[in-house]
Design a protein around this ligand. Structure first.
Ligand code: 3EB
Length: 305
């Protein structure tokens, strides 16, 4: 799905970070091949810009790994990416993208590949944060979606200065989800307020039709879209003391959707709710829960004061 698709201008979009992020750190400085879990191979690419770094790690045949091996591989890959950003002088991760192959394939009792991924990511962040108490202070914003290839791809954008995580009062923090959503919770913040080289931006994580910690409006694209925009609105309203944010300040978005037949309705519903000048990409992709029909990520500038 995500392996061969197009954005609204007709350019190919792979399992790759959006162009606004790539443009912040466009220069490839170093590319290494490393061994993970003693057998799988990963390629780790380090990109730099003037005020930002990006590290992308790719595990080519991740669908060959067992649940135990995948959890360990994900933990190692996140460790490589977070450690690499630190060594490159951009020690503060503000935004992570993960592209998970076969995201809904069952791997173990009640565990699809997304839940196994979550367990490995949790292991890495526990190590990196020195425990779960610091999650609310430093977890970056993120998106995790599926694609039809077999590669696990993790990209992280890092800065020299820390971002400030923002939560949504209508949603349980993802790192506080109950075990109903898997043995280990997804480690990310709903948004990160970050000082990018081009100014302060709110980097909004993948946002979906979730209230509290439960998916709502099963089967209804229109209602899920409305709920998603309500979540975006309330998230932006909850930013404290760093300028004001609203949907009107959105500059870029990515809309992930699993059902090809929903594209036209999404294009109509999304563009009606966004500023005309916002750059929107429509990216066919499974999202992390099978019942979710849309997930939207965004970058947002503060409103003029
Ligand atoms: C959710 O809110 C919906 O696992 O990194 C959105 C953004 C979602 C990021 C992730 C998951 C992730 O739980 C899914």
């Amino acid at each position: 799905m995500l392996d061969q698709t197009t954005n609204s201008r007709g350019s190919l979009v792979g399992p790759v970070v959006p162009s606004w992020a790539f443009e912040l750190a466009p220069c490839l400085r170093e590319s290494r091949v490393v061994c993970v879990v003693g057998k799988a191979i990963a390629r780790v690419d380090h990109f730099h810009g003037l005020g930002a770094g990006m590290i992308t790690a790719v595990v080519p045949s991740a669908t060959d790994l067992s649940a135990v091996a995948l959890r360990e591989a994900v933990a190692e890959v996140f460790g490589l990416v977070l450690g690499g950003l630190h060594d490159d002088g951009f020690p503060h991760p503000v935004r992570i993208w993960a592209f998970v192959p076969g995201i809904h394939d069952q791997m173990a009792e009640g565990m699809d590949r997304y839940r196994v991924f979550n367990a490995g990511r949790y292991d890495a962040f526990i190590r990196w944060c020195g425990g779960s108490a610091a999650f609310e202070k430093i977890l970056p914003a993120a998106s995790a979606v599926g694609h039809s290839g077999d590669r696990l791809v993790v990209s992280a954008l890092g800065l020299r200065t820390p971002g400030m995580p923002v939560e949504n009062p209508r949603q349980t923090p993802a790192f506080g989800y109950s075990p109903a959503h898997g043995p280990r919770p997804p480690c990310f913040s709903r948004a990160m307020l970050a000082m990018l080289p081009n100014g302060t931006r709110l980097l909004v994580s993948g946002t979906a039709s979730i209230r509290g910690e439960n998916s709502v409006h099963h089967g209804s694209l229109e209602s899920q879209l409305e709920e998603t925009f309500d979540n975006l609105h309330h998230l932006m309203q909850s930013v404290k003391g760093a300028g004001q944010f609203s949907l009107r300040g959105i500059e870029t978005t990515r809309v992930y959707f699993p059902r090809a037949e929903d594209r036209a309705a999404l294009m109509a519903g999304v563009s009606a709710r966004l500023p005309v000048e916002a750059a929107v990409e429509y990216v066919p992709a499974w999202v992390c829960r099978p019942e979710l029909l849309v997930e939207i990520e965004a970058t947002c500038a503060p409103l003029p004061s």
